[in-house]
Write a protein that binds this ligand. Sequence first.
Ligand SMILES: C[S@@+](CC[C@H](N)C(=O)[O-])C[C@H]1O[C@@H](n2cnc3c(N)ncnc32)[C@H](O)[C@@H]1O
Length: 243
Amino acid sequence: MGDYHRDYYRDMSKIYDKVGIDKFSISFGNAMLKYFDTMHPDENFKKNLDFCCGTGTLCGFFKDNGIETKGVDISGEMLNIARNKYPDIEFGEQDIARYLDDETYDFITCIDDAFNHILDIDDAKKVIKNLNMLLRVNGLFILDLTNFSLLPKYIHDKSISKSINDSRLKYYLSKEENLFRLNAEYYENNELIWKNSGLERNYLIDELTKMFNDEGFVLESCSQHLFDEVKCIKWKIIFKKVK
Ligand SMILES: C[S@@+](CC[C@H](N)C(=O)[O-])C[C@H]1O[C@@H](n2cnc3c(N)ncnc32)[C@H](O)[C@@H]1O
């Protein structure tokens, strides 16, 4: 899976922060802190590992809020931006299906469709096994999944645009068996600068929950409206490691 996303994010890295995609992680981060305070008032969530950290904005947010954090991503280009923005935070260039370290974390995050990027079920199982080794008991894995069935129709020529000044990112989605292809086009002053495409897997919640149950997790929460701030076409999911 890795090489495929490396190419896609080589292009995306040039515009990711510029068109504001990373801002999702700030609202998600705020919501997580509220969730910890409300649902786990007596527990410590002070040490984070951010899987698929991209340009590092969520790690920066955690650090600003007194949480120790480390980011992991497969794209060197996304990580270059993260390291420039946050020279004091450690970022590792690795595939999360193969990632291990000696530390134990209170919570691990993987947000903005990042888990959908794991195309192969066996790789997903490896990620979950690793999560079990990396989390403390009662530690949380927090992710969101794009729920493709909530997107309007399946979706040839459906565009989701993000425009800032003269730059514009368009996605066209199309279905390929159990995968979805995101065809991205980037324009400046109406001129096409580049286009590229990435694949995502449509995970079903039951299928995912079974894989987590098999590795010692329980589903703590799954909702579209788990965190008020982030209502969108995603499931926000929390798995708790119980053994
Ligand atoms: C949509 S971006 C999300 C980035 C970040 N989490 C955010 O909220 O802005 C998906 C990220 O997943 C990374 N990625 C995809 N497959 C990966 C893998 N197997 N291991 C590590 N990172 C991966 C990509 O390089 C990209 O930076």
